[in-house]
Every structure is written in C-alpha cells, then in structure tokens.
Ligand binder design. Structure first.
Ligand code: NOJ
Length: 389
C-alpha cells in the first residue's frame, strides 16, 4: 500500500467542447464540418453535459472525488467581439455553485483548445491582438465567477495548439509545416497566458493560477541526448520557463517521445501501441513531474492523466502503474498536490472523435445514458482511502 499525503486533491477533468454539446460558435465546430479534415466525427451533442452537469457532478461525489476540472467556453460567453452573454456567465456560475454545494472544488480552465469563430477569423493565435482579446475575456469571466473558483488554469496545453494547428494540420486552422505561423502562435499563446495570469490574480477571488502543459517522457537514443533536449526545450521548456512565477504547474503526460538521429520517431518495436498511436507508457506522468519541478521549482498538480482504451482492465493497470510513479515523486520530496483523471467520461476526442474512450464513466452516444465503469470503482477506492493498492 502506498499512502498519499493528507489533503492530496483527487479530481477528474473535462473540457467544454468535448462534453457540453452544441458548441457551434468556435473554430473547432467549423473544423469538424470543413471538407478534407482528418476529423472522424462532428462533436454534435457531445455528452450533453451543458444540461446534464448536475447528474455528472453527483457521480463524482458518489465516487468520492474532491475536485472537478472543467473549462468555460469563450465562444458562448463572447459570441461576437465585445458582446457579452450574461446568460452564459450565469450558466457557469450555476455550474460552479453546483460544485461547491456538493463539496467539489471547481478548477476552471479558461481556454481548452477552442477559440470563438470571430477571433479565429483574422489569424487566430497568429494575430498579436489575440493576447489582449483573451485577457479581456478572462477579465469579464473572472468578474462574474472569480468568487466561486478554487483553482484556475489559464490555457490548456498551449504547446499543442501551435503544433497541431500550424505544423501537423490536425487542429484548426489546419496548416502543415507553417513554421512562421507556429512561431507566432507560440509567442502569442505565451503572451496570452502571462496577461491572463495577471488578470486572474487581480480577482475577484483569491485562488492559485497556473498553466497546464502537454508533457512527455522524453527519451534519447544513444548519442541523441542533445537533440532530444532541443526538442524538449521547444515543446516544454519555453512554457515552463514562462510560468516560473505562477502558483503551480499543471502536468499532463500520456506517453513517451523518442528522439533518434532522424528526429522525433515513432513507437519502439515491441512496445504496446495504443489506439491513439502512441506507446502504452505509464511512467510518463512521473517523468514529466520530475522535469516540471526541475525547470520551475513550482508545486505540481497532475491536471490530466489517463488512457484511451476500450479495455477497462487495461485502464486500471495503467492507472495503478502511473499512480505508483506519482507516489515515487512524492516520496522523493517533490511537491505534488493532486491528480485529475482524464476523463470523467468518454467524450469527443478531437480529430479522433468518439472512438477513443478515456472515461471512467461510459456515455451512450444515442441515449446519453451514463455507465459507471469498473475503473471508476477502482479509482474511487484509491480516492476514498487516499492509498494505492
Ligand atoms: C489532452 C487534452 O487536454 C484533452 O483535451 C485530450 O482529450 C486528452 N489530452 C487526451 O488526449
């Protein structure tokens, strides 16, 4: 048995576009419906979480979690530039209240991959005005919601947005090898994070603010150490360095990235490959925590970790191994304060659509019926006992 420290925060995570449904006013909805994209499904009703959140929060309580990380949708709150929806802010206020009433700490993400259509239409993240636009959105949102927030994440995985959007063509705006776009988007995402950090810290409310980063267990083939460090510096360190004065860093790591003399390379032959196309690699969280602490010295929350699989026994095995790694970092004296499972429920996995099952709760796409999986029961035991078998 491994015991987690008292007060260790257990939660699950979701993102607005992946679970709410009917988020038609952002760049992702447009992207899902554009011809020639790799998207396999439109997001559609998603999990109808926009309306069903009370029932979903009840499940979290039943399972013993203490926190819920979710995102608020910019395109709902500011549907056109400078037009603010009081009704949508009220919706999120009700959602925050529903968490608080149930004893769940609401952890709010202000941007999780989706950008309003109006803001994406004139360059999106490559346009320098975006940082100011995002800060203004945060200002309006925090004015309405700040008193209820327990913890805030400014931008989710800002490193994935330019990578997928300007180099790989898998996210809007679907550019490939656009190095100039990649560099500009990176610069403006970092600027937006810094502006948002200041805005959120000004209140109302007094809560920790940080960034959540997509990280990896970086692995260099013999002789390729320097090259690996260069890749990691671009993908992780520039962001980690930009958040050194934040309250925490959110670590999200799902697999390993190998670098050989040809650059970033695929899975190693013989290692199990998941449907997502990357290796089954449960030590990713541990490695990422260690690197995040090394670069920032900040307290860490694992703001996402999990596995996309139809095999729920494999999920339990993955979580068991992954959490053992998290526990090792704590044993070594690292300040790791919580773990948020990705995800509460099966949801819209971006270009992969609904095929990927990351949830500990299953969702029937037709009936919206929720099913609590065995892995949810297993994780619930860990959460309630604060111990890992
Ligand atoms: C990271 C992202 O934040 C989330 O949106 C995604 O669904 C998970 N990883 C799983 O790929």
């Amino acid at each position: 048995m491994v015991r987690f420290p008292d007060g260790f925060l257990w939660g699950t995570a979701t993102a607005a576009h992946q679970v709410e449904g009917d988020n038609w006013n952002n760049d992702w909805w447009a992207w899902e419906h554009a011809p020639d994209t790799a998207c396999v499904d439109p997001s559609g009703d998603a999990c109808d979480h926009y309306w069903r959140y009370p029932q979903d929060l009840d499940i979290l309580v039943e399972l013993g979690f203490q926190a819920y990380r979710f995102s608020i949708e910019w395109s709902r709150i500011e549907p056109e530039e400078g037009e603010w929806s009081g009704a949508q802010l009220d919706h999120y206020a009700r959602m925050l209240d529903a968490c608080i009433e149930r004893g769940l700490q609401p952890v709010v993400t202000f941007h999780h991959f989706t950008t309003p259509r109006w803001a994406a239409s004139d360059g999106g993240w490559t346009n320098p005005v975006i940082a100011e636009r995002f800060a203004r959105f945060c200002e309006h949102a925090v004015a309405a919601l700040g008193d209820r927030i327990a913890m805030a994440c400014t931008i989710n995985e800002p490193n994935i947005v330019p990578l997928m959007g300007w180099l790989m063509g898998a996210f809007p705006p679907g550019r490939t090898q656009d190095l100039d776009g990649y560099a500009k988007a990176t610069e403006h995402l970092i600027a937006a994070h810094r502006r948002a950090f200041d805005v959120l810290k000004a209140g109302p409310g007094d809560f920790p603010v940080g960034l959540t980063l997509s990280m990896s267990d970086w692995w260099a083939e013999p002789g390729c150490e320097a090259e690996m460090q260069q890749y990691r510096a671009h993908h992780e360190d520039v962001y980690l360095e930009a958040c050194r004065d934040n309250d925490f860093v959110g670590v999200q790591a799902y697999s390993r990235t190998r670098v050989d003399s040809t650059g970033v390379t695929g899975p190693e032959p013989g290692v199990e490959v998941l449907a997502m196309g990357y290796e089954y690699w449960p030590s990713a969280a541990e490695a990422a925590i260690r690197h995040a602490v090394e670069v920032t010295g900040l307290p860490v929350y694992v703001t996402e970790n999990g596995i996309g699989t139809d095999d729920d026994d494999q999920r339990i095995r993955f979580l068991q191994e992954s959490l053992a790694g998290v526990a090792r970092t704590i044993d070594d004296g690292l300040d790791v304060r919580g773990f948020f499972h990705w995800s509460l429920m099966d949801n819209f996995e971006w270009a992969f659509g609904y095929r990927m099952k990351f949830g500990i709760v299953g969702v029937d796409q037709t009936t919206q019926r929720r099913t609590i999986k065995q892995s949810a029961r297993w994780l619930s035991e860990v959460v309630k006992s604060n111990m890992l078998p």
